[in-house]
Design a binder for this molecule. Structure first.
Ligand code: ZN
Length: 208
């Protein structure tokens, strides 16, 4: 996840940085920088060009080449991480959709029965008030009361299922958010290593 943001020294555009990021690129102007954290102050951005001009700065060529080879392996690993996280996220999103449908299937019957018994109760009440007399009146009154009680019962089941569903979907969304954050971290790590490789290649090319 992007943990803080700095301003591009060239064009003032904001650049979001991950917690462990040591190299960055401005999306506005394309400038690339090494990030230094000295004295716990604002991160210091040093232009790639300035570092290429400095050359190896005392580092033996062999050590620089070794670091470059190491970076190739790290980049391959970082790419695999991004790919894996991406697949996990897709799977979690699909699972969430399936869960959503399942949850709706649990709720739907309670909803339908609430409406049905509610309408039947209203129908019986109408008959009791305006139409029927004697035994039929008594029968309709009984049916109306039973339907009303049933409707109330289904309604409370409906509410219970809904709050269970809310919790289920909340958990499922939480898993997705976690994976999104992990994917973002993996991507930032990859970007960091790719930029470092570019810088080291340019430095080596300049001193050869
Ligand atoms: Zn810029």
């Amino acid at each position: 996840m992007v943990s803080h943001s700095v301003k591009c020294p060239e064009c003032d555009a904001p650049i979001g940085l991950g917690p462990a990021q040591r190299h960055c690129e401005c999306v506005e102007c394309g400038s690339k920088f090494v990030i230094g954290f000295e004295a716990l102050q604002e991160p210091q951005l040093t232009h790639f060009e300035a570092l290429v001009a400095q050359g190896l700065n005392g580092v033996p060529v062999q050590a620089a080449e070794q670091r470059l080879a190491g970076l190739d392996a790290m980049i391959a690993q970082a790419e695999a991480d991004v790919q894996a996280k991406h697949l996990q996220l897709e799977a979690a999103r699909e699972a969430n959709e399936v869960r959503r449908a399942e949850v709706q299937e649990v709720i739907a019957p309670f909803q339908n029965w609430t409406y049905l018994t509610g309408i039947a109760a209203m129908g019986a009440c109408f008959l009791v008030w305006f139409v029927l007399e004697d035994v039929a009146w008594l029968l309709a009154l009984g049916v109306g009361i039973v339907c009303l009680v049933l409707s109330w019962g289904f309604h409370s089941k409906w509410l219970g299922a809904e709050s269970w569903a809310k919790e289920e979907l909340h958990r499922s969304r939480g898993a997705i958010e976690e994976l999104e954050a992990e994917l973002s971290d993996a991507y930032l790590r990859l970007q960091d290593r790719v930029l470092e490789r570019e810088l080291r290649k340019r430095v080596l090319a300049a001193v050869r």
